[in-house]
Ligand binder design. Structure first.
Ligand SMILES: CC(C)(COP(=O)(O)OP(=O)(O)OC[C@H]1O[C@@H](n2cnc3c(N)ncnc32)[C@H](O)[C@@H]1OP(=O)(O)O)[C@@H](O)C(=O)NCCC(=O)NCCS
Length: 192
């Protein structure tokens, strides 16, 4: 079902949803998806001004691929019925604590079907089973209730609120930090 050879990480989440490592050859598709969703993403994602061309997107993908090769995280495209509809990744790896963070976004028109909850469940399992992490965190804007519902549905614990933890174009936002420990994780028991 999945393997972690270089440039071949792929997870079949369910019949409709697949996660695949983003590579440079996907830059145009990923850029166009980002560009179509620019206004909607801007509410909660701080990096839109760094994604102004296919070349910039390609540089970002190359950086995340390098991260994958160095076992420091990765960025996966989310494919829904074979169509690229977003991304989910593991980043901020701290091997001294065997801890990492999951980040994600989805095409506006693909929301509300459980695609991200399913993707996040699969990636949490991968982080514990394959990456051998002890802890996975998800940092959500306090007001980003749609995002917060994902770790909540999956049984992550709210660990606290970190004040002014991100600069979003013209203001700071607070983060709600959710955490899951390897010893607590049981994907089968999470809400579907
Ligand atoms: C955050 C984000 C990924 C959430 O998307 P989403 O569509 O709400 O999440 P899911 O794909 O898990 O779908 C959940 C919805 O599908 C419903 N659903 C249907 N089938 C489901 C299933 N099998 N499992 C879970 N939920 C299901 C849920 O009830 C929920 O519906 P609701 O919106 O009426 O409450 C999306 O809004 C987004 O990308 N936002 C912009 C970027 C962003 O904020 N990223 C996160 C930064 S921390």
């Amino acid at each position: 079902m999945d393997n972690h050879n270089q440039h071949s990480l792929s997870l079949q989440v369910n019949e409709d949803v697949q996660l695949k490592l983003l590579e440079e050859r996907h830059s145009t598709a990923y850029y166009e998806l980002t560009d179509r969703n620019r206004r909607y993403l801007r509410e909660w994602m701080g990096w839109l001004d760094e994604e102004r061309s296919v070349e910039q997107t390609c540089e970002y993908i190359a950086m995340r691929l390098q991260q994958y090769i160095q076992h420091q995280g990765f960025l996966l495209g989310i494919y829904y019925q074979q169509r690229l509809v977003g991304s989910i990744g593991l980043h901020a790896l701290d091997w001294s604590k065997r801890k990492g963070e999951i980040g994600y976004w989805l095409d506006a028109g693909t929301q509300r079907q459980g695609v991200m909850t399913d993707a996040c469940r699969a990636l949490t399992t991968y982080a514990f089973d394959e990456y051998q992490l002890n802890k996975v965190e998800i940092h959500c804007g306090v007001g980003n209730l749609r995002s917060r519902r994902i770790p909540e549905r999956l049984g992550y614990k709210l660990e606290g609120i970190v004040r002014q933890n991100e600069w979003l174009y013209d203001h700071y936002i607070d983060h709600a930090i959710y955490g899951m420990l390897a010893g607590e994780w049981d994907a089968e028991k999470t809400f579907r």
